[in-house]
Design a protein around this ligand. Sequence first.
Ligand code: GLN
Length: 540
Amino acid sequence: MDTKYIFVTGGVVSSLGKGIISASIGKLLQARGYKVTIQKFDPYINIDPGTLNPYEHGECYVTEDGMETDLDLGHYERFTGIHTTRHNSITTGRIYKTVIDRERRGDYLGKTIQVVPHITDEIKRRMLREGLDEGLDFVITEVGGTIGDIESAPFMEAIRQLRWQLGRDAVCVHLTYVPYLKAADELKTKPTQHSVKELQSMGIQPDILVLRTERHLDDALRLKVAGFCNVDLECVVQSEDMPSIYEVPVNMQRQGLDAAILRKIGIPVGETPPMKPWNEFLTKQRNAKREVHIALVGKYDLQDAYKSIRESLNLAGIYNDVKAKIHFINSEELTAENVATRLEGMAGIIICPGFGQRGIEGKIIAAEYTRTHDIPTFGICLGMQMMVIEFARNVLDYKDANSSEMDAATPHNVIDMMGEQKSITQMGGTMRLGAYECELKEGSRAAEAYESETLKVKSEKLIVSERHRHRYEFNNKYKEEYEAAGMKCVGINPAADLVEIVEVPEKEWYIGAQFHPEYSSTVLHPHPLFMSFIKACINS
Ligand code: GLN
């Protein structure tokens, strides 16, 4: 079968959950045996979201090949288990950079370089993933932003051209919003009509409409939308608010979204796949009632800032039949005086990743409190570094221990920059990024965690592969002192001899990882370290 293309656009307002719908379509097609990939095109000028503040753009998700991408790629991977790459996250900045670099090389042979056709051709080339994959049945392309935005116009033009070129091999799914007006007690379709008109004015007729709504939409309303927007009734589906985003694929399947896509393309629909493991997960999710309270000690009080960590905790909770109740604790507000009350009732804590000075002392205070009170603690990246610093200050008695990121002149730089990183002056894309190997020490708590979830272990030697996004490292100069005092280095990168995991084995569960395990937790395969951490929290 030739590759088919599904374009997902959004109208009326942002934050409707286009990423979830795209991921759900991917999941449903996968369940039918198709090979899919999902990619995101973002209209902003940044080359990648790596330099964006989490307040601007939520979490930065890192692919195995070391690309800093939009958090929607996290949804794609968690839903479908596919491994995305740098080719799955494209921004306007990257498109322009490619074209401008080509112009400077003289590749355009004296031509005037314009948005149409040069920018749109480059967009089309990437939408078609030219020269990239073999054997893909479906490429799902989500376009960020909302219809009508000035900056997404070239993407729309590229989609218009591709639909013309590809005929039935391309399908357009448009996600809109149907608001409920309380005073009138009515659901309103006008914004949807306008949004579709706007698309049509750019030469794109949507094939399928997904209506986001807080209330159930009856057939009469769907019929009205179908009639006004030139869309078949069976192609108007509704996406009501669900108790969990993981209910969305089955809800879409129930309404025949995948079947409608196949019909549009002209592929026999066949039987509806049972999605057994997914439904088993949902049953577990619905039945998980007991709450386990987990503190998230970080500096961004924003749902999206630690998205993958939150989802990893949720997923691991569900597989252990509990509901992970996450409490954000602002590390900037933590002091030695209030730490006991702030962490009261917490079964475990996560010390979050981050950059820069702000809020780090609070993370160190939290690490000390949970270490001395033996509360399960999981430090991730900067969180791990703070556990290491706390240990140096309070156990090794180096009161001025620090990371050279925070204090370049510290005499006890227990966290320091690696040699090759020192020469880098540019901020974007220059960290230790992407998947690196980590060899686990036999008998350690971390190794036990991976071994009980054998999937992540690659070989006899207990080597796993995990994703990174950092500049600074555990300073090996202090390794022996740490080990002698009870903090063990139990995960090591074999190629560079860098410390990947530390743990204090005499504690219930006190582990820090230099990498980001949260990026590789999926719905069907929650990450072993999160599984093990949640188990410890349940027992604590
Ligand atoms: N700022 C730290 C470093 O660069 C940690 C980064 C992170 O937590 N992702 O090493």
